[in-house]
Design a protein around this ligand. Structure first.
Ligand SMILES: *Cc1c(COP(=O)(O)O)cnc(C)c1O
Length: 357
């Protein structure tokens, strides 16, 4: 058991066995007498980690043959540029569901014609925009499946008449995904599948190579496909921990089980937010994220915010401060967040209510 309850938004809580394995590998990697950060990335012991990691991605998400899985040493923010560089020829549309979506759109605008097809900026992104129509003449349509800052989530794989590209930084591996519905899925590892320093990209190979622009070598996804994610030195430590995290996900029973656990954890917390007269949720109920749970003090109790923060801190809750653009609180309850931590937070909210009733 961890000594504190970690609700950090990212980097965030990771499975205990992954951290234990990382400690071991830092000392002696697979009996080589060297640390995982000392070996050559061309060593066969390392290649086997890369292979295992790729196959775990394929197995857990049921990734079809026509897709490649890449590990890139750049965050999701660089992913925004990968998308536009590799897919934008004439026109692309973006769903403006939050700050990350806006940043993704900005990169595309820098390279060509891109626009927001719908936006929830009018209500500080507290809901997922709906009721828009996707034109069929787009190079792609870009969505952010989980809006980490606002706690809203697109929980189903949508049908899309044009290639669908998704930033899944903060809900990848939280549920099974129908990969076939996407042209590309990408994100940073540090929210649900590992430490910072590596990002993932699942891309349908035959959709690449269709743009006429010059793509710098490192930004061309085909470079990394050809180089099997080792065109240049990969972030070995981050990939090692990601692999261990995926092993843990598999040992839990795979993504169906993970999803059930996540939904149960989220329900515990949302039920308490809805029941407790001191707190209210900020995200539209139908769009509530199972990964990031955002809430604020209820009207009339706003002045208790700092007191609750201190109260929770005393009870070993870490990372529940909301993002500055939403305020209040955010509990990020990613895969590796134990249900015990969620229960502890719920109890903390109940005790706090008793103090003030
Ligand atoms: C955190 C986050 C990002 C940015 O990730 P970096 O790896 O820090 O660039 C992008 N999109 C979403 C949805 C995120 O949660």
């Amino acid at each position: 058991m961890k000594k504190v309850h970690i609700f950090n938004a990212g980097p965030c809580v990771l499975p205990e066995p992954a951290i234990e394995a990382a400690i071991e590998a830092l000392k002696d990697f697979k009996g080589t007498g060297m640390s995982v950060i000392e070996i050559s990335h061309r060593a066969k012991e390392w290649e086997s980690v890369m292979d295992e990691c790729r196959s775990l991605w394929r197995e857990l998400l049921d990734i079809p043959e026509e897709y490649e899985v890449l590990f890139l040493s750049s965050g999701a923010s660089m992913g925004f540029l990968y998308v536009a560089m590799n897919f934008l020829e004439k026109k692309a549309a973006y769903l403006e569901s939050g700050a990350w979506a806006k940043k993704a759109l900005k990169e595309a605008k820098g390279l060509g014609e891109a626009y927001a097809i719908a936006s929830s900026a009018d209500k500080n992104f507290c809901y997922i925009p709906k009721g828009y129509e996707i034109p069929t003449d787009l190079d792609y349509f870009h969505i952010t499946t989980n809006n980490t800052i606002y706690g809203t989530e697109i929980k189903e794989d949508m049908d899309c008449p044009v290639p669908l590209i998704a930033d899944m930084s903060s809900d990848i591996m939280s549920r099974p995904v129908d990969v076939r519905k996407y042209a590309m899925i990408y994100g940073g590892a540090q929210k649900n599948v590992g430490p910072a320093g590596v990002s993932f990209c699942i891309v349908k190979k035959d959709l690449l190579g269709k743009v006429s622009r010059y793509i710098p070598t490192m930004l061309d996804l085909r470079t990394h496909i050809k180089g099997t994610s080792m065109f240049n030195t990969p972030p070995v430590f981050s990939i090692f921990v990601m692999n261990e995290t995926l092993k843990w996900i598999k040992a839990q029973g795979g993504l169906k089980v993970i999803q059930e656990n996540n939904e149960a954890k989220a329900a515990l917390l949302y039920d308490e937010i809805d029941r407790n007269s001191l707190f209210v949720g900020t995200a539209a109920k139908e769009d509530r994220s199972i990964m990031n749970v955002c809430f604020v003090m209820a009207p009339g109790y706003e002045e208790l915010q700092d007191e609750f923060m201190a109260f929770a801190k005393e009870r070993k809750m870490v990372g529940i401060k909301g993002h500055r653009s939403v305020g209040g609180f955010r509990a990020s309850i990613y895969n590796a967040c134990p249900v015990e931590s969620v229960k502890a937070l719920v109890e903390c909210m109940q005790e706090f209510e008793k103090l003030h009733k």
